[in-house]
Write a protein that binds this ligand. Structure first.
Ligand SMILES: [Zn+2]
Length: 274
């Protein structure tokens, strides 16, 4: 049984500030150890329930947060950038399940630690078929294309809430409660890991109940930016319709194509966001 794991960072217990997940400090190194422990807990739990191999996609910032030697021995690590499928690079239809580890809430959520939707300097809000989504919902477009269920999601309570729409039967493990965008009540790391281990095992045991994400056809992907210039730039992409000064929409049946357009938007507007 093959499990695909996309790891972010903001949703790890103990993480409440950008300094813990970016840069080259002792704080960052400590943050990496917390992430690694939660990731290994997920793999240990899944392996105990019958999973045999893991592909881990390091999906945060530099995408070089994880150290290969520190990972579960059945893990293959995708690290570094550029990756065409970004946070979902490496997924294909040969996998039995997707895990999202250390995920976080969307930029507009009322109480979500370090909230953002791909780029906090450019993306104000994203909707799929009218529902506000964060990274879990966007990345679910790729899981839908390859027909693989999202079986485990870990992060704060906002993450769990937002994942319900795309993966209602997933094990959703809450490791911290966000107080604001830069404060949270965190479980002890060992307790967080124990819960993730149990959740991953349960996710594998209940795999028959899990369905791949489904999006109604056509998919309407709406992106609102911080500035009108960003929306104008996004309209260079074929198929983009301007809905308002700062809002564009893509419409189509192909979930992978929708995701690729979104990733193109993120990369294209990066120059205006810096
Ligand atoms: Zn993220």
């Amino acid at each position: 049984m093959k499990i695909y794991i996309s790891t972010d960072f903001e949703g790890v217990s103990g993480i409440v500030a950008w300094e813990q997940i970016l840069g080259d400090s002792a704080e960052y190194a400590y943050g990496c150890s917390l992430l690694t422990d939660e990731l290994n807990a997920a793999m240990d739990g899944a392996a105990a329930a019958g999973a045999t191999s893991f592909v881990v996609n390091d999906s945060h910032a530099s995408m070089r947060n994880l150290k290969p030697r520190e990972l579960h021995q059945q893990a293959t690590l995708i690290s570094g950038a550029f990756k065409p499928l970004y946070m979902m690079q490496g997924l294909d239809s040969s996998f039995d399940a997707v895990f999202f580890i250390g995920y976080h809430g969307s930029i507009g959520h009322e109480r979500a630690i370090l909230s953002h939707s791909y780029n906090p300097k450019a993306i104000w809000e994203v909707k799929i078929n009218g529902t506000i989504v964060g990274e879990s919902g966007l990345n679910a477009l790729v899981a839908a294309h390859f027909n693989v269920p999202i079986a485990l999601v870990t992060g704060d309570a906002a993450t769990a809430e937002e994942a319900e729409w795309i993966a209602p039967a997933a094990e959703r493990i809450v490791v911290k409660e966000s107080i604001s965008r830069f404060a949270a009540t965190n479980l002890h790391p060992e307790v967080a890991c124990a819960r993730i281990r149990e959740g991953a095992a349960a996710a594998v045991r209940r795999l028959a109940e899990q369905q791949p994400p489904r999006f109604s056809d056509p998919i309407e992907l709406e992106v609102t930016f911080l500035t009108a210039d960003m929306a104008a730039m996004a309209c260079w992409i074929d198929g983009a319709t301007r809905l308002g000064p700062r809002t564009i929409q893509f419409r189509g049946s192909d979930s992978l194509g929708m995701f690729q357009r979104f990733v193109t938007v993120v990369n294209l507007t990066r120059g205006l966001a810096e």
